[in-house]
Design a protein around this ligand. Structure first.
Ligand SMILES: [Zn+2]
Length: 302
């Protein structure tokens, strides 16, 4: 639990409160930034695949054709926005949206969460493990629509899981290393979270589960997969230091997508900090380094 939860970034959407709260648990002590060039989503440039899988569960709304269409519209809007943002850093980026389909029709995959809901699963003991199993089972079902072959498996330390086999397949089909795997569940009318897991490790492929159809949430989770960090304060940010750093970031970057995913995407931008974390900028302003990271940080140059 300890090792896996630190790689979780959550967006908790509390509809009643009208704004979200999110938290990001990270290891204590010194560490260096290795958010780029690891795992499956290596670097957000050139050709990137955004692969969407729509999932029905017992405790979420069923995906209707209309819901899927509107979710895909939001995905395209989010990806266009990210491409425009890449342009500002002179990064050539072409994101192709692809999705699981059978005979040219999107058919949602049915797979119940092990603990009723996404948050119920994730916040239980060994929650990440359970969520991984859920994601793997779906991966297997998605894979079954493709003909069998011997695609190269992603090089991770554990034996290939169905999620990895699916990613290998998609990399093979699209001829690119960068595939973002995002599961969509239809939680539109309830309080739920969106989550990106395994974003900073190499032993399990990262993926996201999105509960809402807002383009800003989709872009936020997508950016996590490529190394972005959460930059907003939540009740879970107990350490005073962490809160201080986050409030600095929120003041300094008032329109940052990783801090304000509850707003409309048109009003948001990608700050220099996130640009650095996702490898779009080679360097980070020394003032930000001092305020946001501790002194022991070894900043990687991309
Ligand atoms: Zn987040």
């Amino acid at each position: 639990m300890k090792t896996s939860i630190r790689n979780i970034s959550l967006v908790v959407f509390a509809i009643v409160l009208t704004r979200c709260s999110l938290f990001h648990l990270r290891p204590k002590g010194d560490y260096h930034i290795a958010s780029v060039e690891n795992n499956v989503c290596k670097k957000l440039e050139k050709k990137v695949i955004m692969y969407c899988v729509f999932v029905d569960t017992k405790y979420t709304n069923s995906w209707t054709t209309f819901d899927i269409e509107s979710a895909l519209d939001s995905v395209r809007k989010a990806m266009n926005w990210i491409e425009d943002q890449a342009d500002l850093s002179d990064i050539g980026l072409n994101i192709k949206v692809d999705y699981h389909q059978t005979k040219k029709k999107v058919v949602p995959i049915r797979q119940n969460f092990p603990r009723k809901t996404l948050s119920g699963t994730l916040l239980s003991v060994n929650g990440v493990k359970y969520l991984d199993r859920w994601a793997d089972k779906i991966g297997k079902k998605v894979l079954s629509v493709y003909p069998k072959d011997t695609s190269t498996i992603t090089a991770t330390k554990v034996k290939p899981k169905d999620r990895e086999r699916l990613l290998a397949k998609l990399r093979d089909i699209h001829k690119t290393d960068n595939v973002a795997l995002v599961y969509f569940v239809n939680n539109y009318y309830t309080d739920e979270i969106s989550v990106a897991v395994h974003t900073a490790q190499d032993d399990s492929p990262e993926y996201a589960v999105v509960s809402f159809k807002e383009p800003s949430v989709i872009a936020h989770e997508f950016l996590h997969l490529f190394g972005a960090w959460d930059l907003y304060i939540t009740p879970y940010d107990n350490a005073r230091k962490a809160r201080k750093k986050k409030s600095f970031a929120m003041r300094e970057f008032p329109d940052e997508i990783m801090a304000f995913a509850d707003r409309k995407i048109e009003s948001l931008e990608i700050s220099p900090l996130t640009r650095y974390l996702i490898g779009w900028d080679d360097n980070l302003d020394p003032n930000y380094v001092k305020m946001i990271f501790n002194k022991k940080i070894r900043l990687a140059k991309y």
